[in-house]
Design a protein around this ligand. Structure first.
Ligand code: HEC
Length: 135
């Protein structure tokens, strides 16, 4: 009897820990999706020097939401649900094709719009290169 009771308490603690922080979902790692076939395996045509142009693309188009250093803390981020992704954290877990796909096509159900047509492919790759330099 006693054993069962302490098990329930342990379970409760675990559930609380898993939900930890509640509203600060910004720090919860984003579940990754599978890159669609038309984007899978695409490679960045630029080397690291493109990060300079990428920084400008990012500053102009992305920083209001994602913040200057990509942490998801831009001025517009407070009013968004879900909050903009922490790109530094995401960048450690995904390949270039993932970033290029998401930026090109956006993320349905969030305020992340599709940037193809707004930015050129070159600009999107430059932004990817910049995101890779975030530390
Ligand atoms: C209007 C605000 C806004 C702007 C501007 C914006 N984003 Fe986003 N971005 C978001 C939100 C919100 C998400 C979704 C976060 C989530 O799913 O939890 C997101 C997600 C992302 C993701 C990850 C998607 C995923 O979950 O796999 C990447 C990469 C990204 N943005 C890059 C960019 C880049 C690069 C730019 C500029 C070209 C940009 N974003 C501009 C709000 C914005």
């Amino acid at each position: 009897m006693m054993k069962k009771f302490s098990f329930l308490i342990l379970l409760g603690v675990l559930v609380l820990a898993a939900c930890g922080g509640g509203s600060s979902s910004n720090s919860t790692p984003i579940p990754l999706a599978t890159v669609p076939a038309e984007y899978a395996g695409r490679m960045n045509p630029f080397d690291v020097s493109a990060a300079v142009d990428g920084a400008n693309v990012f500053k102009t188009n992305c920083a209001t939401c994602h913040g200057e250093t990509g942490k998801g803390d831009g001025v517009a981020s407070q009013s968004l649900d879900p909050k903009p992704a922490d790109l530094m954290e995401l960048s450690r877990r995904v390949d270039d094709d993932y970033l290029f796909w998401r930026i090109s096509e956006g993320k349905p159900g969030t305020s992340m719009v599709a940037w193809k047509g707004i930015l050129t492919e070159e600009q999107i790759w430059q932004a990817v290169t910049f995101i890779r330099t975030l530390k």
